[in-house]
Design a binder for this molecule. Structure first.
Ligand SMILES: [Zn+2]
Length: 197
């Protein structure tokens, strides 16, 4: 029985391979799953190369909508930094949902954070087969945002998470131009009060 299952799986894999479908390895190759340090939040899964990169990313994301006095005495302990980052990313994610008025349960968005722009550019070339001229992007097929911890800010993260939310909210994904207009609106209005219509 077990060998029959193996044969079926092998046949299926061979068929997909012959059709040029090799998404699993492609995904691994471009580094979406191969990070060394992972932080799981309510809405996202953040994949870093190291704990140091997590601290850099935490410092780069300036998002404290309800800052209390105790927040001014930020800790240098990396465990506290991780907790702070989790809180910020989830608050930011929910703010993006509120701005777009697109609140729907969805799979956690994977955020792959590279250590430098060379790594980011290499990943871009592997995925798209051309030179990278952008600082971050989102791939629907992998449900993954790609960013560089040394060149990122809260607006960029909000923009890319916006793409993930927009692409998953509607039954049919909107045209790329429409999605881009909405994502740009998100990062421009990240700190504004949410409008109700
Ligand atoms: Zn965009």
């Amino acid at each position: 029985m077990q060998s029959r299952v193996s044969v079926i799986l092998l046949a299926l894999y061979t068929f997909l391979f012959l059709c040029g479908v090799d998404l699993f390895f492609w995904h691994e190759e471009c580094g979406a799953n191969t990070g060394k340090y992972k932080v799981v939040t309510k809405h996202t899964s953040l994949v870093f190369n190291s704990r140091e990169d997590m601290v850099l990313f935490n410092n780069a994301i300036d998002y404290e909508p309800n800052t209390s006095l105790s927040d001014f005495f930020s800790s240098s302990n990396s465990l506290d930094q991780e907790k702070e980052l989790i809180r910020k990313v989830d608050l930011l994610f929910e703010k993006v949902q509120a701005i777009l008025d697109m609140r729907k349960r969805m799979r956690k968005v994977r955020v792959r954070l590279f250590s430098n722009s060379d790594q980011l550019k290499r990943a871009y070339r592997k995925i798209f087969g051309k030179k990278c001229h952008i600082r971050g992007w989102y791939v629907y097929d992998f449900n993954t945002v790609f960013l560089n911890v040394r060149d990122v800010h809260e607006g960029m993260l909000a923009h890319e998470l916006g793409h993930a939310i927009i692409d998953h909210y509607l039954t049919v994904r909107p045209p790329r131009a429409t999605a881009e207009i909405l994502a740009k609106y998100v990062d421009k209005h990240l700190f504004d009060e949410v409008k109700t219509y």
